[in-house]
Write a protein of this length. Structure first.
Ligand SMILES: Nc1ncnc2c1ncn2[C@@H]1O[C@H](COP(=O)(O)OP(=O)(O)OP(=O)(O)O)[C@@H](O)[C@H]1O
Length: 286
């Protein structure tokens, strides 16, 4: 199985933010979810992959080629969807067709028109007259109509209603039916990632906390809940992160089965992605 995208030791320094040593891979036939709180570095990572900003260290390989040296050829096979439409509001969907057929060698007009029909997007209407969901769907149609192997979505489902989000997630699942394709999908809507992602990379304050198969996370990580006095009696080396509330405390454990054996009297459930994010954002080291 080929690796579609591979980041190794990627760094970017801004005056008040550093993306440090970021690494993860997206294999063929899979969806990688990139999660993290606001400002964690998700968009910065995506902009580095697309060579829109200069990286300060590390390497990025797309289809096993360098993302800078081979930028033109790799971009021909990448579809990108941002959280805001990148087309002028004065354009119509039919103008996007005319523009992108000059940009991409593999632009498929029939496929694009089929997406417009399937998504109920009127080709004659100005984009500024579309709803947010319609603009998002137009972005997805445009990203898919040149038949990319790698689809990159930056917060593409945020601000959409559950029905529209569900449609888009179904479309993504459909896209990776072709096992040579893959998706990098950044979102802070953890339930969307829980539904479709095969792998999850969690960015926190510019660093990767983990990059693992979603099933593995569900199987191994655990969320322990107990009172403050009880927590103080437990072995803090078992915990990755701890959050102390006035009534209840939560601790994230790396090995749920081992923690259950050690503390059979306590409730230790699987840790949902939003709880993991919360514990890293608001909790403390044990
Ligand atoms: N051009 C820039 N100059 C300076 N700082 C920047 C620039 N672009 C981004 N940053 C900073 O980098 C940090 C990470 O931003 P980024 O947009 O990557 O986060 P994010 O995880 O995508 O957040 P969100 O979920 O809110 O979109 C932020 O602190 C931001 O202020």
């Amino acid at each position: 199985m080929e690796t579609l995208l591979e980041l190794e030791g990627v760094c970017k320094n801004y005056p008040s933010f550093t993306l440090r040593d970021v690494g993860f891979t997206v294999p063929e036939g899979s969806i990688m979810g990139l999660i993290g709180e606001n400002g964690a570095g998700k968009s910065t990572t995506i902009r580095l992959i697309l060579n829109e900003i200069r990286r300060d260290g590390g390497s990025i390989r797309i289809f096993e080629k360098d993302n800078i040296k081979d930028e033109v050829s790799v971009k021909e096979q990448i579809g990108v969807v941002f959280d805001e439409s990148c087309f002028s509001g004065e354009f119509r969907a039919k103008d996007v067709d005319l523009i992108l057929k000059r940009v991409f060698k593999a632009w498929d007009r029939d496929l694009y028109r089929r997406y417009l029909r399937d998504f109920s997007l009127p080709p004659e209407k100005k984009i500024k007259e579309y709803s947010r969901g319609m603009r998002m769907k137009l972005g997805i149609a445009a990203a898919l109509a040149h038949r990319p192997r790698l689809l990159i979505l930056d917060e593409a489902t945020s601000g959409l209603d559950p029905v529209m989000r569900s449609d888009i997630l179904d479309l993504l699942l459909d896209f990776i039916q072709d096992e040579h394709c893959g998706i990098l999908f950044s979102s802070h809507i953890t339930s969307d990632l829980e539904r479709v992602a095969d792998y999850v990379t969690f960015l926190h304050e510019g660093q990767v906390v983990f990059s693992r198969a979603k099933d593995e996370l569900e199987e191994h990580l655990g969320l322990l809940k107990c009172g403050a006095s009880q927590l103080d009696k437990l072995d803090s080396s078992d915990f990755l992160r701890v959050r102390r509330g006035s009534f209840e405390c939560e601790a994230l454990v790396a090995d749920r089965a081992a923690a259950k054996r050690k503390y059979p009297e306590l409730v230790i459930d699987a840790a949902p992605l939003d709880e993991i994010m919360l514990l890293y954002a608001k909790g403390e080291n044990s």
